[in-house]
Design a protein around this ligand. Structure first.
Ligand code: MG
Length: 469
């Protein structure tokens, strides 16, 4: 009987976490052999104002990592090969990989463009035990796509995720049932889901640095300091995570972001940009036939301090107006008196339009007008339909679409990505170089709700990332 079985009274599961290595860069190196062995940095040019999406392992040796400003990467790695993000190409590779995974189990939960959880508990009779399936998956991915993946095998999503991240690239880490607490014990608490800046600080005050130290703190102490979240954290520290692999789960968010060419304190420019971002988000929601129950904004200032705020709407929507209004209300207090570097608008808590019983129908004339605008946009391109307010001054372009969060693929509509959002990487972890400053104002995950898994190609958790593949 495994530890899990002893604790839960249920038999153990076999969960795999499959994570492609340096995905965007690896696709470029696969397709352009002359780039192999060279430092490849995907995200834009070394003088652009955006951030690095992916750095190849060769580039990481220069200290380049995801979410780092491209200009910093340019300084660290002047001979690097800087490439723009080719979302369509990565999406095609991603689809190919996900199709491979589905050969081994229908329970594939894609969490971003390049990673997925698999529950292979029911597949072991067919394909062998967890480690055997992991090896078959790794070689199928290698043979059929020319890419490498790292895989973690464990009894839960949490432990499988931590495991896949430990021996990148091309890693395979197996955590035997019952071995979870011992496996996790020496690792930093920052690897656990739900340890953000605030929680990390409180745990630091308790002298807790490692997961093992966390597990040894009496539950009542953690509950006193952290509430119910403390009890959950302690369970996680023991490797207990009951979250099921939800196969075929739809995308979790749609988001658009924009980095200003010059940091701005101009409220008018900020509001217009929020409108353009809201327009982009709502248009993608409509294309995908879904509505957002929650709207979020992200505001990053000139010092890289990043704030996110979100609000649940009275009723789900796919229209620009309510998304923009909410984004404005959320962003206004955060943008006052600061120079803004980056703005983002995200729609989360997504629901299918077909579940329409839930929606009181709005004015049908308004909906027809919106649909006509969408049709124009389809026929003549994104720029054909733009609100008068947006036309008053040139629009910031291009928007940085988060390639992980595209929902269009769900319905076979062409899109950059169909991956579920992995969360905005609001790991409140101070950047080692001081540039990736801690994320502020990020709410700890509410008690009882699992936080988004944190993507990670690195051996250490990173400051928040932007469009990480
Ligand atoms: Mg990856």
């Amino acid at each position: 009987m495994t530890l899990r079985a002893m604790i839960d009274g249920v038999p153990g599961r076999t969960i795999l976490h499959v994570d492609l290595d340096a995905f965007f860069a690896a696709v470029e190196q696969r397709d352009r052999p002359e780039l192999r062995g060279r430092p490849v940095i995907v995200g834009g040019g070394p003088n652009d104002r955006g951030v690095v999406s992916t750095a190849s392992y060769e580039a990481r040796r220069f200290g380049v990592h995801s979410a780092m400003p491209l200009r910093t990467a340019g300084r660290l790695c002047p001979d690097g090969v800087f490439l723009p993000v080719d979302g369509r190409k990565y999406q095609a590779a991603s689809r190919q990989v996900m199709a491979i995974l589905r050969r081994f189990t229908p329970a594939v939960e894609q969490v971003s463009i390049d990673e997925a959880f698999l529950d292979v508990t029911g597949s072991e009779a067919l394909f062998g035990d967890g480690p055997a399936i992991a090896r078959r998956i790794k070689s199928a991915i290698q043979d059929e796509t020319g890419l490498t993946a790292s895989v973690g095998v464990a009894t839960s999503k949490l432990v499988a995720k931590v495991a896949s991240d430990l021996r990148k690239p091309d890693g395979l880490v197996v955590v035997e049932p019952g071995g979870e607490p011992g496996f996790l014990a020496p690792l930093s608490i920052s690897r656990l889901w739900g340890v953000g800046e605030q929680t990390g600080r409180i745990l630091g005050e308790l002298g807790v640095r490692t997961i093992g130290e966390l597990a040894s703190i009496p539950a009542e102490v953690l509950v006193r300091r952290l509430g119910r979240h403390g009890a959950e954290l302690r369970e996680r520290a023991l490797g207990i995570d009951r979250e099921p692999v939800s196969g075929g789960e739809p995308a979790k968010s749609v988001s658009h972001e924009h980095t200003f060419d010059v940091d701005t304190a101009d409220q008018e420019e900020i509001e217009r940009t929020l409108l353009a971002l809201s327009e982009g988000v709502s248009s993608r929601l409509r294309t995908a036939g879904i509505r957002a129950g929650t709207v979020g904004v992200k505001v990053r200032d000139a010092t890289f301090r990043t704030v996110t705020r979100q609000r649940t709407l009275a009723e789900p929507t796919d229209l620009t107006e309510p998304i923009w209004r909410t984004a404005l209300e959320l962003a206004r207090p955060e943008t006052r008196g600061i120079r803004v570097r980056l703005l983002g608008v995200a729609a989360t808590n997504l629901v299918d339009r077909e579940q329409l019983g839930l929606f009181p129908e709005e004015d049908p004339r308004r909906r027809r007008a919106v649909q006509a605008a969408d049709e124009l946009r389809r026929r003549f391109g994104e720029r054909a339909v733009t609100r008068a307010r947006l036309l008053r001054r040139p629009l910031p372009e291009p928007f940085e679409r988060d390639p992980r969060s595209a929902v269009e693929g769900r319905r076979g509509v062409r899109g950059v990505g169909q991956a579920a959002e992995t969360g905005e990487k609001e790991r409140a972890t101070a950047g080692s170089d001081g540039r990736g400053s801690p994320v502020e104002g990020v709410d700890e995950p509410p008690a009882g709700e699992a936080p988004e898994p944190v993507d990670g190609d690195e051996s250490e958790p990173e400051p928040e990332r932007d469009p990480e593949p």
